[in-house]
Design a protein around this ligand. Sequence first.
Ligand SMILES: Cc1cc2nc3c(=O)[nH]c(=O)nc-3n(C[C@H](O)[C@H](O)[C@H](O)COP(=O)(O)OP(=O)(O)OC[C@H]3O[C@@H](n4cnc5c(N)ncnc54)[C@H](O)[C@@H]3O)c2cc1C
Length: 465
Amino acid sequence: MAAKKVAIIGAGISGILSCKHALEKGLNPVVFEARSCVGGVWCSTIDSTRLQTPKEYFEFSDFAWPDSVAEAFPDHNQVLDYVRSYAVRFEVVPRIRFGSKVSSLDYCLSSDDDDDGGGGGGEAFSCKGKWKVVVENVLQPLQPPMVYEMDFVILCIGKFSDVPNIPDFATSSRALFNGEVLHSMNYAAMEKIQAAEFTENKRVVVVGFQKSAVDTAAEIAKNNGPKHPCTLLFRRVHWVSSEDMVKFTFRNLTRFSELMVHKPEEGLILWFLAIILSPLRWIFSKLVECYLRWIYPLNKYNMVPEHSFLKQIYSCMFMILPRDFYGRVREGSLILRKSNVVGFYEKGLVLDGGTSHLETDVVIFATGYKSDEKIAGIFSSLEFKKCITGSSAPFYRECIHPRIPQLAIIGYSESPATLFTFEMRSKWLAHFLAGKVPAASGGGDGGEREEMGGERASLQPRKLQ
Ligand SMILES: Cc1cc2nc3c(=O)[nH]c(=O)nc-3n(C[C@H](O)[C@H](O)[C@H](O)COP(=O)(O)OP(=O)(O)OC[C@H]3O[C@@H](n4cnc5c(N)ncnc54)[C@H](O)[C@@H]3O)c2cc1C
C-alpha cells in the first residue's frame, strides 16, 4: 500500500485531515500547497474574522483546543494556531511541499489497457491509469513545471479563495469608473495597517451580504468613523445571528431535531413523525426570528428578511454579526443600503435600475467565489470539467464523483461545521484507499464494513476519450 502514490492538493483543513488519515492507514502521501503556509483560508482573513461555529463543534476528534483558548468563538489567529498545531502533532508538515501550485491534472490510461476505461471497478487504485500532476514552483516561477505520476489524487483546494465571483456589470462598465475596484480576497490579503491606510479618508462601498461583506464593512467603518462612512450595499437581506443564538441553535441540533426533517429513503414512520413534528419546527423558527428582531434594530433599518430563519439554516448560510455592528450604523459610520447595482459611472455606482447614483472612491466586491470554476479548471480533460460544472448529482459520500477515477474531493460541500464533516470524509476516504470499503462488484476485504456502516461503493467510471 505504501508503494501507491497519493497526491493531496492543498494544505488547508481538508488537506491536513486527508494526509493525517492516509498516513494512519500506512499510505505515503505527498501534499502540494501553493502558498507558504499551512491552514488555507485561515492564513489570510481580515483582522476581525472569528470562527462562526462554536469551537466545540469545530474541533478535531483526537485533538482538543488548548486551554488557553477560552473564547467560544476563537479569532482567526487562534484558529490558525490550532490547525497548525494539529498538522505538527500528526506529522503532516514534513509531507507538504510548499510553493507548489498544481496547474493541471491529466488522467492517462496506460497504453496496454486503453480500451478498458481506466476505472478501478470500485477500487481506489487501478493499474489501468494514472494521474499526471503538473506542479509549478511558485517561489521560482522561471523553473519549468514538474510532472508527477500518481495513483490517486485528493483535491482539497477549498471553496473560498482564488477565483473571485465578480458581477457581470462590473466587467462591462468598470472602465467608466475613476476609483478603485477590488475583491474582498485582495482586501483580506493586506496587512492590517496596509488595509487601514488603503481605505483611510476614502468613501468605500462594500457589495454583498455574506460574512466577508459584513466583516469587511464593519472593519472599515470602525477605522474610518462617521466622517467617511462605509456603505454596505446588498440586494437581499439574510438572517444574521448573535453568538448566543448560534450556540443555542447548535446545541439543539440533536437526534431529536433530526426527526423533524424527513430525509430521502427514510420510511413511512419517520415521514409521519416529521409531519407531526413540523409545527415544532415552525415554532422554533418564529421564536428565533422574534428574538433576533428584539436584540437587533431590524425593523428600524428595514433589515427583516423575506424568508424564514429555518430556510436560512437549511442553506447553511448563517452568520454572526461582528460585535457592535448596529452601534456603527447608529453612529453613522456604517450605512446599510438595499439596492440593485446596474453598473459603474465615472464617480461611482449606478443603482436602482439607473434611477440613482452612489458616489464613492473604492468599491470592494465581497460577492463570493466561483468554486465550481476553480475545481473544474484544474482538470485538463473536458469530460472531467463537465462532471464538476454540468452535473447536479451529489458526489458519492460527498467526496467521489463516480465518473472521475482514482480521485476524491474533500472540502467541496457546505456544512455549518466544516471541520467535523471534513474529518468524517477523510476517515472514510482513508478506509477506501486502504481497500477496506468493499466494492459493489466484490473488491476489498470488507474487514471494516461494520465500522463504516456496511458501506458499498459503486464507482464504475466510464471510458474516457
Ligand atoms: C472568512 C471565513 C470564515 C469561515 N468561518 C468558518 C466557520 O466559522 N465554520 C466553518 O465550519 N467554516 C468556516 N469557513 C469555511 C472554511 O472554508 C473552512 O473552515 C475550511 O477552512 C476550509 O478548508 P479547506 O482545506 O477545504 O480549504 P482552504 O482553507 O481554502 O484550503 C485550500 C488550500 O489549497 C491550496 N490550493 C488551492 N489551489 C491549489 C493548487 N492549484 N495547487 C496547490 N495548492 C492549492 C490553497 O493555497 C489553500 O491553502 C470560513 C471560511 C472563510 C473564508
